[in-house]
Design a protein around this ligand. Structure first.
Ligand code: FSX
Ligand code: SF4
Ligand code: F3S
Length: 390
């Protein structure tokens, strides 16, 4: 079906200006908006809202703080091979404070942050990269004389929304690895309230961009799971979309790095791949715009579960992943089952699960239910005929 929303924008001068600004053809720009809307799981027509939001260039002010981290989050945002991604991000937001990217330093930089916060009170987006040390009064990370805890609380107070980017900011990530000497924590713990998290070490820049575009187009951040992760990106297990999944199902595994199975691209489960218990969209959106296979497992490296609290940086690589997928049954019950005619194999299995009966017993449970229903019908018919006779 033709997308009338986007068609209407075909001749829009704002779209032409935005495409030019981003060095994209009009078609590429509209395609990008459609892709973002689709990846966010937005309804039909939302791509036009996304296109208008980006074209309108109402760029939200962004204050980006960095604490205990490796700057990988920023690097991944800027090092995409395709020149448009970082351009898009920097065009879509107004990055008013960012320690790595700022030309200013010292007091000048601090002043820029305070000015941006005052001028955009209650409308700026606060992005936090890196974990926050909480032990010993938070002394293990200070910027401009303030601890990371103080800065986080002060900057979050007047923010319209807070995004914790990367696993460090999401829950503590690598700096919080046992024994966690500095008491590294995530943003939500420090603020005592949920925030949107984009975990990953580094996180995928497309997920960050999509979350920001959602904020821009709809004035709010996208729907999240109970760990604050946007559902559009973190609702499927890596294992569900992995290109090596067929090998897993067939029992073909790499046993050692460099062995025949590894060279043939077999499943990395036995090398410690945590894909079966890690929620993220790495296999579908890939990294760096460099083509097929550009994600950890695609390159022959087992997933370490970097987006999953309790897996990444805490479960050793030699430990096997917990396989979370529930395998589909061989047969399903019919949608409409005739009453009193017994049970299909599938419905018996369902009953077995409900009643906790043994496999053999389940068929009996189902059959008995059918029979008792038949008996009930017969008793009713009998009672009715007796009534008529009277
Ligand atoms: Fe590094 Fe970011 Fe890892 Fe942490 O990404 S890539 S250590 S998630 O905070 O800079
Ligand atoms: Fe892919 Fe890892 Fe699952 Fe194997 S265990 S199919 S490599 S995600
Ligand atoms: Fe991280 Fe695993 Fe993706 S290690 S980047 S969640 S494939």
């Amino acid at each position: 079906m033709a997308n009338t929303g986007l068609l209407k924008l075909e001749g829009d001068s704002r779209i032409a200006a935005a495409s030019k600004r981003l060095d994209l053809s009009r078609r590429e720009f509209l395609q990008f908006c459609t892709t973002v809307a689709a990846s966010l799981g937005l309804p039909q027509g939302a791509d036009a809202a996304v296109a208008e939001a980006i074209a309108d260039k109402k760029r939200p002010s962004v204050i980006w703080l960095q604490f205990q981290e490796c700057t990988g989050c920023t690097e991944s945002m800027l090092r995409s091979e395709h020149p448009t991604l970082e351009k898009l991000i920097l065009d879509v937001i107004s990055l008013d404070y960012h320690e790595t990217l700022f030309a200013a330093a010292g007091h000048q930089a601090e002043q820029a942050r305070r000015t941006a916060m005052a001028e955009n009170k209650n409308s700026y987006l606060l992005v936090i990269e890196g974990a926050i040390p909480t032990r010993d009064g938070g002394i293990y990370c200070k910027v401009g004389g303030q601890t990371a805890v103080e800065l986080t609380q002060a900057c979050a107070a007047d923010a319209a929304a807070v995004i914790a980017i990367g696993s460090c900011a999401s829950w503590g990530g690598m700096p919080s690895t046992d024994p966690n000497p500095t008491g590294s924590s995530g943003v939500a713990t420090v603020l005592g309230k949920p925030v949107v998290t984009i975990p990953g070490c580094p996180p995928n820049p497309y997920n960050f961009l999509s979350a920001v575009v959602h904020f821009l187009a709809f004035g709010s951040l996208p729907a999240v799971d109970d760990l604050g992760r946007p559902k559009f990106a973190y609702s499927r297990l890596i294992h569900e979309n992995c290109e090596r999944r067929a090998h897993f199902d067939a029992g073909r595994f790499a046993i050692e790095f460099g062995d025949e199975g590894h060279r043939k691209g077999y499943c990395l489960y036995k090398l410690g791949c945590k894909g079966p218990e890690t929620y993220a969209n790495c296999p579908t959106i890939l990294f760096g715009d460099a083509g097929a296979g550009t994600w950890p497992v695609g390159c022959g490296c087992p997933c370490i579960g970097c987006t999953e609290q309790g897996v990444g940086f805490s479960k050793p690589i030699h430990m096997l992943a917990k396989v979370k997928n529930v395998e589909p049954p061989q047969q399903y019950p019919r949608i409409v089952e005739e009453k009193g005619t017994g049970a299909t194999l599938g419905s018996a299995a369902v009953l077995a699960a409900v009643a906790g009966a043994a496999a053999g017993g389940a068929a009996m449970v189902a059959r008995n239910l059918g029979l008792s229903h038949k008996a009930e019908e017969a008793a009713k018919a009998q009672a009715a005929s007796e009534k008529m006779e009277v």
